[in-house]
Ligand binder design. Structure first.
Ligand code: FAD
Length: 384
């Protein structure tokens, strides 16, 4: 029995020969509290639908990931996050959730009601049962000024620590085989709305670059990206923080202790260059505040996260296999929803509460009805 959200995970958390549970019809705003700025959603609600619904009641999510196609339950199950030193994953802001176990028991979990199970269920990989509703701590609705520009990667790295404190949401995307990065910064504003420029199809740029032999790319990419114009816009937060990504790709992402993030990124970029890896999609470097979930990417400490991508249709394995050991060397934890090769032993060393989580899983699901081969590998179950 595997619950599926929007099917946007790159790792095989969902596939099963058994029963797929689709929560598309369990969607919408169930209730809200004006004073505490909390709102409860049916768990199948797409993130993209939460923005307008919350705007209608004067609230907004504290942060959002790069896209908004995911369902709430799917996003929280993998510790999905955006960027911002002061803002954490979506799971951080859950104040209550309802979980239906494979045995048919219904648990209403919160900080005040079975806090341990609550911390386990806020990032559950869909392994504890089906989550049917989620309450979030939100804030008053707000607008963000979005600024994007291209800048030499060396300068972005040198100014990163200062700027990650300066902007509410800050990230950069280094172009491989190039000296430049795309920088994206968001800051809260009360200025009037200002529409963003029409979105350009990055696929055309990637297709052009991929026609050039890797060894000859650097001057061309430098020329093409350094001439991209800076842009500025002001939008409601849920629109400013999320994007449309039409290109299909595979992705690996690790969270790294924040002080090791930039050294790790530099080694990744150097390795791509040394090995002349034929990759065109830029990397992505973000920061995320800590939370106290058991299986979060940022449990107990703020992290930097580094993502690498490969266009769909290309074999991503050689590239990801080359880079993944660098993430391990810097103490990285994999994103549960993205490609990684780790199994139980390595994961148990990275997640101090892994054993506790597995105990909860066994209690809620004694017959292993929620397990598929990927989850068995993660939890070290050979038979269940
Ligand atoms: C283009 C793109 C951009 C992305 N950007 C980001 C980003 O900026 N930040 C980030 O952190 N991640 C990002 N991701 C990864 C994505 O957010 C996660 O993989 C997320 O889990 C996908 O949500 P989903 O609704 O598609 O869930 P699915 O992929 O369908 O499922 C994910 C997990 O949730 C479980 N699940 C689903 N519904 C339920 C339920 N009702 N109860 C219990 N468990 C359930 C599933 O069993 C599975 O384990 C991105 C992915 C893509 C494709």
């Amino acid at each position: 029995m595997r619950p599926v959200g929007a099917g946007h995970s790159f790792s095989p958390l969902v596939p099963t020969d058994g029963t797929l549970i689709v929560l598309d019809k369990l969607s919408g705003l169930i209730g809200f509290d004006k004073k505490s700025r909390q709102a409860t959603f049916a768990a199948g609600t797409r993130l993209g639908n939460t923005g307008p619904l919350l705007e209608g009641i004067g609230q907004a999510m504290i942060n959002l990931p790069d896209i908004d196609r995911q369902t709430i339950a799917g996003a929280i199950a993998t510790s999905t996050h955006g960027t911002g030193l002061q803002t954490g994953s979506l799971s951080k802001y859950i104040t209550a959730l309802r979980l239906v176990t494979p045995q048919g028991e219904v648990y209403d979990l919160s900080r005040d009601s079975q806090a341990d199970l609550f911390d386990a269920a806020r990032v559950s990989l869909g392994a504890l049962g089906v989550i049917t509703r989620v309450t979030f701590q939100n804030r008053d609705s707000f607008s963000l000024k979005s600024q994007t520009w291209v800048e030499p990667t060396q300068d972005v790295i040198e100014s990163f620590n200062e700027r990650m404190n300066q902007y509410e949401h800050y990230e950069f995307l280094p172009f491989s085989h190039s000296d430049y990065s795309l920088v994206i910064a968001h800051s809260e504003t009360h200025n009037p709305l200002l529409a963003p420029p029409p979105a350009e199809d990055a696929g055309d740029l990637f297709a052009l670059i991929s026609m050039i032999p890797v060894s000859l790319r650097k001057p061309v990419i430098n020329f093409l990206v350094s001439s991209l114009e800076a842009s500025e816009s002001v939008e409601a937060s849920h629109l400013a923080l999320t994007n449309v990504r039409n290109d299909r790709f595979n992705e690996m992402e690790y969270s790294i202790p924040i002080d090791s993030g930039l050294p790790c990124l530099k080694e990744v970029l150097q390795t791509i260059s040394d090995h002349q890896v034929d990759v065109v999609i830029p990397l992505e470097y973000r920061v995320i505040a800590s939370d106290d979930t058991w299986l979060g990417m940022c449990t107990s400490e703020a992290k930097a996260s580094i993502s690498i991508h490969r266009m769909a249709g290309y074999d991503y394995r050689p590239y990801f296999d080359l880079i993944e050991p660098i993430f391990w060397k810097y103490g990285g934890r994999p994103h549960w929803g993205k490609v990684h090769s780790l199994g139980y032993k390595q994961l148990a060393a990275l997640y101090p509460r892994m054993e506790d989580f597995i105990e909860v899983q066994k209690n809620f699901d004694p017959e292993g009805q929620m397990l598929n081969p990927h989850l068995r590998k993660l939890f070290g179950f050979s038979k269940r």
